[in-house]
Design a binder for this molecule. Structure first.
Ligand SMILES: Cc1cc2nc3c(=O)[nH]c(=O)nc-3n(C[C@H](O)[C@H](O)[C@H](O)COP(=O)(O)O)c2cc1C
Length: 215
């Protein structure tokens, strides 16, 4: 017997217990692990506008300071100017010698995040929630994303005739980087690096993130 409202309604409407769907690879931990910053993408896979719209749709279900919901999104696909954005963004600043992205692996679809109000603390928090939610959605859809903060906002706004000031950009595509996480303590080097074709991302172990420990 269903013990929550939605399941009860389902039973009342359809007269049957909702079939139990086994979660396969979509636990939060699994999505978070797969949600790595890719800087190389499969050039033969062209992300569609419908896919970008599906990713943005998560923003109708996320928290928002004062519930202002002031974020707006300008979508670019390969066919609608995605490649024109490439000279205006910077990837992999910690690996300048690689000059990322490498030819034929460039991202070609983007979500340019803007706001209808001036940027403030709450907007920046909203932005972080929106970006991460969209990245997780992309991963769930079998795609990958990269948050891009290093870009020329003025030129981006002008090039694409966007009414609002761009705050952050998400690149979307089928990521092809081979990425692994490594565990570090807070005093160790945080910089990502590459070795034998693998992109390593150091992450601080969880126990070192907690300020107060049991006596
Ligand atoms: C606020 C923010 C801004 C970022 N800006 C850029 C950027 O401009 N270019 C870039 O290549 N990566 C950028 N990144 C990606 C980070 O470098 C990446 O998250 C970090 O190296 C950790 O890798 P991970 O996302 O796979 O955990 C940004 C990430 C965040 C959260």
């Amino acid at each position: 017997m269903a013990d929550n409202y939605l399941e009860k309604r389902y039973e009342e409407t359809l007269g049957a217990s909702r079939p139990k769907v086994k979660s396969i690879g979509h636990t939060v931990d699994d999505l978070l692990l797969r949600n790595r910053s890719h800087r190389a993408f499969l050039s033969s896979y062209k992300v569609s506008r419908a896919e970008l719209e599906r990713i943005v749709s998560v923003c109708s279900r996320i928290p928002s300071g004062c519930n202002r919901q002031a974020l707006r999104f300008h979508l670019l696909t390969y066919n609608t100017g995605g490649r024109e954005l490439l000279p205006l963004i910077k990837l992999g600043a910690a690996l300048p010698q690689l000059h990322l992205p490498l030819p034929n692996t460039e991202p070609e679809a983007f979500i340019i995040c803007c706001a209808t109000v001036d940027e403030d603390r709450l907007i920046d928090i909203d932005l972080g929630i929106a970006l991460q939610s969209m990245m997780l959605k992309a991963v769930e859809m079998g795609l990958n994303a990269l948050t891009i903060g290093a870009f020329n906002a003025e030129k981006v706004q002008k090039t694409f005739s966007i009414a609002l000031r761009p705050l952050m950009i998400l690149a979307i595509g089928k990521g092809i980087d081979r990425i692994a996480l490594t565990s570090i303590s807070p005093e160790q080097n945080h910089s990502y690096y590459r070795e034998n074709g693998i992109h390593y991302v150091p992450k601080i172990v969880a126990e070192k993130l907690i300020l107060n420990h049991d006596a």
